[in-house]
Ligand binder design. Structure first.
Ligand SMILES: [Zn+2]
Length: 372
């Protein structure tokens, strides 16, 4: 017989779901939370805004003590997550031909398990808030539409990171998407090329004038699309370049964008092309210092559990970026999965069990830190 957390996990991954189609998983999770004694509220606004069939879930377990602590995971999964058949292999849970969706249903199962353990212990505790977001895998959109006015906690643990238990993610980059539109001028390529402005050549000039790839230790940029086409006898009038840039240091990202703007301006004045740069801010970087109470607390809990803590920077955005931007100090917490987003995804079963214990211990440790 499996522990409850394993059964929950196996049940949840076998419910078909995707970003914006989280309905069935949201219902199953809501039922489990209510059974534990949580009050659960589903935000209809987030579903409406995103066009999904379920909204962010917000649950509270009151425990009679002061203070409030938040746990979060996401309900959706990347593509190829329909018809998952989890099986055990060498202490791991794996799937065959699909993703496993341990990203992030291992986090969901761990939070449910932690709440259940706390409830069953009968101990008094601080208020526990839980946010299960929708549509995390497609631009972290559930937490963009989260109703932050409901959240009282100032410290949060986002159970949504690959790696063995003990790994803590304390930073993630800002990310922007960039679209550069170049308007040149068409002309006959043979008769009067000097009357034309070749948008392809202008675009090439921009790309060779701006740093790309690894910008510095904290920043990257990638231009992935260069669109232009036309017959060879006409000077090409239009081109579009699309890319992204990230930095764990938001100011450095702003500097890079300013540099890109200056390059485009210079190339425009040299060539006569009209160049517009359109930047969309996707999410903002966060950095929770190792000296913070949020990391201090989980460090003490890992010590008690005999687990070595490893604090590392993360390379991608997550719900923690948005929680942090809304004034909630948080970190990402690994639950034992690896190779997520691929059919080789697996979850170390023992790490999952210990992740439930981790949530319970975090609630207890937080509650006694408030008491004293
Ligand atoms: Zn995830």
């Amino acid at each position: 017989m499996h522990p409850a957390i394993i059964n929950d996990f196996l049940e949840l991954v076998q419910i078909d779901a995707a970003s914006l189609n989280e309905r069935a998983v949201a219902d199953a999770v809501t039922a489990k939370l209510k059974e534990i004694g949580c009050s659960v509220w589903e935000d209809p606004e987030s579903a409406r805004a995103l066009g999904g069939n379920a909204g962010n879930l917000y649950a509270v377990l009151d425990g009679g003590l002061e203070g409030s602590i938040l746990f979060s995971s996401h309900l959706d999964r990347v593509a190829n997550g329909i018809g998952i058949k989890p099986v055990f292999s060498d202490g791991r849970i794996v799937s065959r031909g699909t993703i496993l969706a341990a990203d992030d249903l291992s986090g969901v199962a761990a939070i449910i398990d932690g709440l259940r353990r706390v409830k069953e212990s009968g101990e008094k505790h601080s208020r526990v808030e839980v946010v299960f977001t929708v549509c995390e895998e497609k631009g972290i959109l559930g937490s963009l539409h989260l109703d932050y006015s409901r959240i009282k906690s100032k410290t949060a643990y986002v159970l949504d990171s690959p790696g063995r238990i003990g790994r803590v993610i304390n930073s993630a980059p800002s990310r922007v998407s960039i679209a550069i539109e170049i308007k040149g001028r068409a002309a006959h390529a043979g008769n009067a090329p000097e009357q034309g402005i070749n948008a392809v050549a202008v675009g090439a000039r921009i790309l060779t004038s701006i740093k790309e790839g690894r910008i510095d230790g904290e920043s990257t940029a990638n231009f992935s699309t260069f669109e232009a086409s036309g017959p060879t006898n006409i000077v090409t009038a239009k081109a579009v370049i699309v890319g992204e840039a990230r930095s764990r240091n938001h100011a450095k990202l702003e500097n890079y964008l300013a540099e890109l703007g200056a390059v485009c301006k210079k190339v425009a004045s040299e060539t006569g092309a009209e160049i517009t740069v359109d930047v969309t801010h996707n999410y903002r970087s966060f950095l929770t210092p190792e000296s913070s109470e949020t990391i201090g607390l989980i460090g003490r809990v890992f010590d008690d559990m005999g687990i070595q803590m490893k604090v590392e920077p993360g390379g991608g955005g997550m719900d923690a970026n948005r929680l942090s931007a809304n004034g909630i100090e948080c970190v990402g917490v690994a639950t034992g999965y690896a190779k997520n987003h691929t059919p080789d995804e697996f979850l170390v079963a023992e790490d999952l069990v210990r992740s439930g214990e981790l949530v319970q211990r975090l609630i207890s440790a937080y509650s006694s830190s408030i008491k004293s």
